[in-house]
Design a protein around this ligand. Structure first.
Ligand SMILES: Nc1ncnc2c1ncn2[C@@H]1O[C@H](COP(=O)(O)OP(=O)(O)O)[C@@H](O)[C@H]1O
Ligand SMILES: N[C@@H](CCC(=O)OP(=O)(O)O)C(=O)O
Length: 278
């Protein structure tokens, strides 16, 4: 699939997952957070509009409080998320400051999907930051977005949240940085000969069948939620890329059109053919 159109991306959402923020459940990957802050700052200063969606509150909280297991009670979870979000944001503030870039924190709940007034309010807040050349750094408000009846969290993972944000601010592209370098035809961590898929034009049942769950104690999404996010965006005529977080500088090449990671973009030929059949 031709990727020249990526050169024109102006407003870009970049999402980094828990597995990438952490080297292992007890160890934060400072180098990666630094590199990511550098890349986002350079792009913003080149005139792009960057929105960062970051996971890691629970993972960083567990690391700070030296907790190894996923919390069993809602109260423990809330405490971890609350401590971790502070620590995470503190790291971003320091690294971004190094590159002369201001950031602003936005913590979301599902209210932005459920209530139109919250949707508009959230969009205004993000636009207000972008107008001032400040990078919004977004996560779910994990300390409060807990459903008390089912004990389930509202978004629960940031693949869905980042897709919602991409649509909300009418961004051109969502880049998901993960601990895998794209979608494989089977989980590469459990299947020896899994092959990378460079592009997907339609997220059908065959594609959805390639995914299984999350890859570590504190990451919650896995490939399945990434594919659902891709489907949601393609239905809204937007594009998404899954690529490795290992070297965030690869984002520069991706935005020049290099074939890195997996591109999800609605296959217009397929759509045209469907139109002819009608
Ligand atoms: N078909 C697949 N291709 C690539 N990764 C897959 C696939 N199926 C499952 N996975 C798993 O998805 C994981 C990435 O998702 P996740 O653990 O939520 O990380 P992140 O924190 O980056 O969101 C990979 O580490 C891998 O174990
Ligand atoms: N909001 C949560 C996100 C949890 C999570 O791991 O999400 P993901 O990296 O998308 O699988 C946190 O900050 O810990």
């Amino acid at each position: 699939m031709n990727r020249d159109f990526l050169k024109d991306s102006k407003r870009i959402v970049i999402k980094i997952g828990t597995n990438s923020i952490m080297k292992s459940p007890g160890e934060i990957d400072y180098r990666k957070i630094d590199r990511l802050s550098y890349v986002c700052s350079v792009l913003q200063q080149q005139g792009k509009e960057i929105i960062l969606v970051t996971s890691g509150a629970v993972g960083v909280g567990a690391c700070t409080l030296k907790i190894k297991e996923y919390p069993e009670t809602v109260a423990d979870f809330q405490a971890l998320a609350s401590v971790g979000q502070c620590a995470l944001m503190n790291l971003y503030c320091r690294f971004f400051q190094h590159y002369d870039q201001y950031v602003g924190q936005i913590l979301m709940t599902r209210d932005i999907v459920d209530f139109p007034i919250s949707y508009v309010n959230c969009r205004s807040a993000i636009n207000s930051l972008l107008t001032r050349k400040i990078i919004p750094v977004i996560n779910e408000n994990d300390a409060i977005s807990t459903d008390e009846k089912t004990y389930s969290r509202k978004f629960g993972e940031n693949d869905t949240l980042s897709a919602v944000v991409t649509e909300l601010v009418d961004a051109d592209l969502l880049i998901i940085l993960s601990d895998v370098d794209g979608l494989y035809d089977a989980n590469p961590h459990t299947t020896a000969y899994a092959k990378l898929i460079p592009s997907v034009g339609n997220v059908d049942d065959d594609i959805l069948g390639m995914a299984d769950g999350a890859g570590s104690t504190f990451a919650t999404g896995g490939m399945e939620t990434k594919l659902k996010a891709a489907k949601y965006l393609m239905d809204n005529n937007k594009s998404m890329i899954i690529t490795s977080a290992e070297d965030p500088c690869q984002i520069f090449d991706i935005l020049k059109g290099s074939e890195i990671g997996t591109l999800f973009k609605k296959d217009v030929r397929e759509k045209a053919l469907q139109g002819e059949e009608k």
